[in-house]
Design a binder for this molecule. Sequence first.
Ligand SMILES: CSC[C@H]1O[C@H](OP(=O)(O)O)[C@H](O)[C@@H]1O
Ligand SMILES: Nc1ncnc2[nH]cnc12
Length: 340
Amino acid sequence: MRCLSGLRQLSSISKPFRRIESPRQYAKRMAALPTTYEGSVPIAVIGGTGLRELPGFTQVASLSISTPWGEPSSPITILHHHCKHNDKVVAIAFLSRHGAHHQIAPHEVPARANIAALRSIGVRSIIAFSAVGSLQEEIKPRDFVIPDQIIDRTKGVRPWTYFEGGVVAHVPFGDPFDEGIAKVVRECGHSLEGDGVVLHDRGTIICMEGPQFSTRAESKMYRSWGGSVINMSVLPEAKLAREAEIAYQMICMSTDYDCWHESTADVTVEMVMGHMKANADNARRFVTAVLDALASDEHSDLVHAKHLAGSVKFGFSTSQSNWGPEAQKKLNWLFPGYFQ
Ligand SMILES: CSC[C@H]1O[C@H](OP(=O)(O)O)[C@H](O)[C@@H]1O
Ligand SMILES: Nc1ncnc2[nH]cnc12
């Protein structure tokens, strides 16, 4: 592992709501970083609305990776994280879902490129962040929710699979999140309770298409379906992670009561950003605790998703001899050495 001394500490400038940085300034800052990284990086954080960088971590590289599914949302930054409990320095990948300047709408997020690029640098577990609307009274703005189920309300306009164009495969998705990672995340969240963090252990997330927010009738219908929270981002991200044999868990932060609540105002972007900003420190403490915990030796197999390795091979309906050449090329990129 590289030595940390002399590396630029970003804690003072990488706050999620620091002064607005122009695309040119961002490009310049990224260009100053190394463009390669030697080690393998098993853990990634995907930041969403209000979390375009991870404050308090040391940026050591900025990788521009091109995939057969196009370019990811942003360069992948490699961060070094010093875990206090075992004095280890671990590398983490960070990707900003909506781009470095929040210029990518939910339906435009290049999720296939994002997941493939992360996998190509060794990522096998992802902690994804999302700002969500609450569909339940008890989930108050600024509460955290660790969802365990999803209802898909996207409209089929987002590319959602790696298995197409001459190759067919089906992966199980009954439990869309990784229970092993979720357990660690929940323990970390609870350890911060009483210190500003309120955590709901489970919940069903509705993933809507957007970018417009829901109608009141829709919002009430989602409540009647048992929805806990709503966003525009968990799909196809979670599906693609499963296809790529990556353990995936989302941490949601509630920012509003959508538009079903009788006595609070309907959701606006200002409301979402206001709560994200006010709770940024809790989000940072939460993710730091999760990364600390995942860095311990006892979680090594989990973080490397040993429980998922090779699982996709059982899902193919098309025998390899019948794969189209283009599909073969793409799948060899995603799973190097799998299919000889
Ligand atoms: C700005 S409100 C709607 C927006 O916020 C959430 O983003 P993310 O999940 O990336 O944190 C939601 O999914 C929508 O994209
Ligand atoms: N009410 C809402 N609907 C969809 N996505 C959201 N993200 C934050 N609040 C949301």
